[in-house]
Design a protein around this ligand. Structure first.
Ligand SMILES: *[C@@H]1O[C@H](CO)[C@@H](O)[C@H](O)[C@H]1NC(C)=O
Ligand SMILES: *[C@@H]1O[C@H](CO)[C@@H](O)[C@H](O)[C@H]1NC(C)=O
Ligand SMILES: *[C@@H]1O[C@H](CO)[C@@H](O)[C@H](O)[C@H]1NC(C)=O
Ligand SMILES: *[C@@H]1O[C@H](CO)[C@@H](O)[C@H](O)[C@H]1NC(C)=O
Ligand SMILES: *[C@@H]1O[C@H](CO)[C@@H](O)[C@H](O)[C@H]1NC(C)=O
Ligand SMILES: *[C@@H]1O[C@H](CO)[C@@H](O)[C@H](O)[C@H]1NC(C)=O
Ligand SMILES: *[C@@H]1O[C@H](CO)[C@@H](O)[C@H](O)[C@H]1NC(C)=O
Ligand SMILES: *[C@@H]1O[C@H](CO)[C@@H](O)[C@H](O)[C@H]1NC(C)=O
Length: 482
């Protein structure tokens, strides 16, 4: 119980600090350099004299340069045409092969929007047909300040499945597991209606399950169906999710729906937002039975799956490559560790306080701007030299993105209530495949009264305010890529 109280109190503290009016830096040079170090190659033109020229647009810093390159065999280094190249360096080269061209970009730039200037270097390459007229996305990998390749979202279901666009021209849905139940009231239990079906869009393979929404009096309302698919389970969908509105009219047995989905199988530079709608009278077979408790129950089903032919509505072209574009996010593990590394401590206690070997424990979590997550307990492990102890790190509940040390050691001085923590932690929020490893030192004082009580002859001391938590900066932070 005490532990739960502490968690609630700690969460309140974290939520309050998360609401502080800090400006959102996610649209800034530094954040974008970590999330979208990438370029668009635009306006590719081949000249009569055998040169190729194009624009390189750095999407993280909105910087554009014009390049001209020869088209000899092998790699051709390009020269920047007109004006200063960049506020860093920009190198591009081109290699032609058959019908296609490969563009290699390597750029260094500096961002000053986070207090300390930070210099980035990114490299990337991309291949496209020589007659391709859309912008060409060159995804970059950072080589500095850390070697990471930002992860891109997967996008909504089936957006790049070959044929998605073509099949969308004649929209249709397969309806399955269709059922309607209507139970009349019997004076004791209220009337009850239910409607369920599963719909599958053959254009992209997207599947959603529909059920009645709740009306103002909390009863099920089939005229507003809630249709949901995998979009609520995956955080990797990106900025666009398939959405479905549905309704069922019991008087006419008519099911109506509208769906918005996305295809970019023909050209990822021209993603399509497709909306279509459809309506069908369901060929229900119903059976009515008297209920023992009084009243009747009518259950309606269709013998087999139904194909609903839809009508194409609007088709809108979205910004180039936007389906898999990372969503700007507030500072998570990596950026917090670089720009404002702080531990949130809570649940501090000392067991066996009177003995020659008191045992210190506390909870800890890295402070980020990404909302609430529970901290992890740290217990006193093996003794090291000069009063230092290894951390015995508690269970993390299977959290995939830990915000706490994977190894640490600490020293607690009871007289001054000073706690020193030497910790190593890793962040994989930017690049799940290449965690960035951090190390740092935190020196802090427990600025609250410790109340002690004796249980079974052993003294236990804890903060009197069980929700007491405090934030301490981490100094001497070093980081390296793995
Ligand atoms: C990018 O730069 C162009 C030209 O310098 C400018 O017109 C545009 O508004 C900039 N876009 C952003 C998002 O800053
Ligand atoms: C990118 O450019 C930098 C600076 O010119 C250079 O040190 C580095 O080797 C280049 N990287 C690649 C992959 O070409
Ligand atoms: C380089 O350009 C970016 C984008 O315009 C800007 O935010 C940054 O401060 C510039 N860096 C320097 C050193 O001028
Ligand atoms: C092009 O990028 C791929 C990774 O996307 C990399 O494996 C390959 O080495 C790069 N090619 C060149 C010439 O740099
Ligand atoms: C572009 O080139 C490819 C390969 O040569 C060809 O199949 C395609 O039809 C061309 N597209 C256009 C729009 O010319
Ligand atoms: C439910 O069934 C009762 C009895 O058959 C009928 O009177 C009523 O209209 C039905 N309600 C709906 C919403 O279909
Ligand atoms: C897609 O189109 C629909 C219908 O026009 C619109 O309501 C929706 O906001 C669009 N979605 C996006 C991401 O543009
Ligand atoms: C604890 O109190 C001291 C003295 O008032 C202060 O200097 C220190 O910053 C406080 N530490 C924390 C973690 O609040």
């Amino acid at each position: 119980m005490a532990a739960r109280l502490v968690l609630f109190a700690a969460s309140a503290a974290v939520l309050v600090s998360a609401q502080a009016p800090t400006p959102d830096p996610s649209a800034g040079c530094t954040s974008k350099s970590f999330s979208i170090p990438s370029w668009f190659i635009r306006d590719v033109t081949y000249s009569m004299t055998g040169d190729v020229s194009f624009q390189v647009w750095n999407r993280a810093i909105n910087y554009t340069a014009s390049m001209t390159c020869q088209t000899n065999e092998g790699w051709n280094a390009c020269s920047a045409k007109g004006g200063p190249t960049t506020n860093g360096t920009l190198e591009a080269s081109v290699q032609l092969s058959g019908d296609s061209a490969t563009y290699l970009v390597n750029q260094t730039w500096t961002c000053n929007d986070r207090g300390k200037p930070m210099t980035f270097t990114a490299v990337g390459n991309s291949t496209a047909l020589q007659n391709y007229t859309s912008p060409i996305l060159v995804k970059g990998s950072l080589t500095s300040p850390v070697a990471i390749t930002p992860a891109y979202p997967e996008g909504p279901t089936g957006h790049d499945t070959p044929g998605c666009t073509a099949r969308s021209e004649k929209p249709s849905w397969i309806l399955s597991h269709i059922s309607y139940t209507n139970r009349t009231g019997n004076g004791i239990s209220a009337p009850f209606v239910n409607f369920n079906l599963i719909l599958t869009n053959p254009a992209n393979g997207y599947e959603a399950s529909c059920m009645p929404g709740t009306s103002y009096d909390y009863s099920a309302d089939p005229s507003h169906l809630v249709c949901a698919g995998n979009e609520f389970q995956s955080s990797r969908i990106g900025r666009y999710a398939v959405s479905t509105q549905g309704s069922y009219d019991p008087d006419t047995s008519t099911f109506s729906m509208q769906q918005t989905w996305f295809c970019d199988d023909t050209d990822p530079a021209k993603p399509l937002n497709i909306t279509a709608s459809g309506s069908i009278a369901l060929p229900f077979k119903c059976t009515t039975a008297e209920l023992e408790a009084g009243g009747t129950e009518t259950v309606c089903v269709t013998g087999s799956d139904i194909t609903l032919e839809g009508k194409l509505g609007t088709v809108v072209t979205l910004p180039p490559y936007s389906i898999e574009e990372p969503i700007p996010a507030r500072d998570g593990c990596t950026l917090s560790s670089i720009f404002n590394p702080r531990w949130l401590f809570s649940s501090f206690r000392v067991d066996d306080a009177d003995s020659s070997s008191p045992a210190v424990s506390f909870e800890i979590i890295l402070q980020t701007e990404r909302g609430f997550q529970y901290p992890i307990p740290i217990y006193q492990g093996a003794a090291l030299e000069s009063g230092w102890y290894e951390c015995d790190i508690g269970a993390d509940g299977g959290n995939g993105l830990p915000l706490w040390p994977y190894q640490c050691s600490f020293k607690y001085t009871p007289a001054s209530k000073e706690l020193v923590l030497k910790a190593d932690w890793a962040c994989q929020d930017v690049d799940p495949n290449h965690p960035v490893q951090f190390s740092g030192l935190s020196t802090t004082t427990i600025n609250t009264t410790l109340a002690c009580e004796t249980i079974d002859g052993k003294s236990q001391c804890a903060t009197t305010d069980t929700g007491y938590s405090w934030v301490a900066p981490i100094s001497d932070v070093t980081w390296k890529s793995t």
